[in-house]
Design a protein around this ligand. Structure first.
Ligand code: ZN
Ligand code: ZN
Length: 349
């Protein structure tokens, strides 16, 4: 960390995003701020979390907040006799920065340094990847459970509720994001929220779900057809599955994220379906469900060992429905591992 501070030409880093301070200290509380300097780290938090912080954040000083969290953090920085303080503009609000500036009375210089902790988080170690593997396997099991719930007459909200209850029963802290259950033409909405819509025969179903297990997220999507899929849907499914396979095959250390995205897009283009692929191919995954690196058009960032990403091409047509297939993939030195394990062929119920 001292090296990163040096590279960013700052004396201290103020960490205000819970996933980032958890990554650096193990503190799971949701209120506070972490001051990282060359000499060590201090967690500033309010009275509700002091005991918890001392238990969880081993080797980190804990300072009880007096006044606002930013006033206390600034006091800590001033006690540390630092001058240049880095903050992340993606996480600090304008009013938080104003109150930090005001409290520093001109003695601290505030420098925007985006993504320092996120860059570290993108390179998972073996322990983190082992946890992500477990989270991905559980998500695959939950998908299979969910497919068993798909009977004509059931509504989207009921299925989503059953899914999230089952996640918890099987050890998850909860869903990694609001579970997507989309029936029929609602499957055309990539981020459909479950409604009271009831399932009918001859409809598509998109299930997109993930668990938080041991702090790490998984994210998996399967599309099934209730009945015998018409030719058009079979073609879409074949195209999306091929696109996903091509993108997974492209995932390798040193390959740019844009190339992985292009691999999926090229296959869909061959089917004349690229216009219907309205989002990017994937995203990083870890303590949060969307993190670095982004697997999108034109992204020049190169994959590194320890990256964990989703690969999730899809096609969507308003009034008809959509098909998406999503799995979680880890990049290792010299090989790629698909973390999630649910069947990928078209399931017709
Ligand atoms: Zn998803
Ligand atoms: Zn996703």
């Amino acid at each position: 960390m001292a090296e990163l501070l040096h590279e960013s030409r700052i004396d201290s880093l103020l960490v205000t995003h819970p996933a980032n301070w958890f990554y650096l200290t193990g503190f799971t509380g949701e209120s506070g701020a972490l001051v990282v300097s060359k000499k060590g780290a201090t967690l500033v938090t309010d009275g509700r979390f002091v005991v918890q912080a001392k238990e969880e954040a081993i080797g980190v000083r804990v300072r009880e907040q007096k006044g606002s969290v930013f006033e206390s953090a600034v006091q800590e920085l001033r006690d540390g006799k630092v001058r240049r303080v880095g903050f992340d503009a993606d996480h600090m609000t304008v009013s938080q920065l104003q109150s930090a500036r005001k409290a520093s009375k001109g003695r601290l210089e505030w420098v925007a340094v985006p993504g320092i902790v996120e860059t570290l988080r993108a390179r998972k170690d073996a322990v983190e990847l082992a946890q992500m593997r477990k989270a991905a396997i559980l998500a695959g099991e939950i998908v299979e459970f969910a497919i068993g719930l798909l009977k004509p007459g059931v509504c989207e909200r009921e299925v989503a509720a059953e899914i999230e209850y089952e996640m918890r029963k099987r050890g998850a802290a909860g869903p990694a994001f609001e579970t997507i259950v989309a029936f029929g033409d609602r499957a055309a909405l990539p981020h459909a929220r479950p409604t009271g819509k009831r399932l009918r025969k001859n409809e598509l179903v998109v299930l997109d779900l993930g668990v938080i297990l041991g702090h790490y997220c998984s994210d998996i999507t399967r599309t099934v057809f209730v009945g015998r899929a018409p030719k058009r849907i079979q073609t879409w499914y074949k195209a999306v599955l091929e696109a996903q396979g091509a993108a997974i095959s492209a995932v390798r250390e040193g390959v740019s994220c844009g190339e992985v995205d292009a691999a999926a897009r090229r296959v869909l283009e061959g089917y004349g379906l690229d216009r219907l692929f309205v989002h990017s191919t994937g995203h990083g995954l870890g303590l949060e469900v969307h993190e670095d690196p982004r697997v999108a058009k034109g992204q020049t960032r190169r994959l590194e060992p320890g990256n964990a990403i989703t690969i999730e091409p899809g096609v969507y047509a308003e009034g008809i429905g959509g098909v998406r297939i999503e799995d979680d993939v880890a990049v290792h030195t010299g090989r790629t591992e698909v973390l999630s394990r649910a069947p990928r062929h078209l399931i017709e119920l």
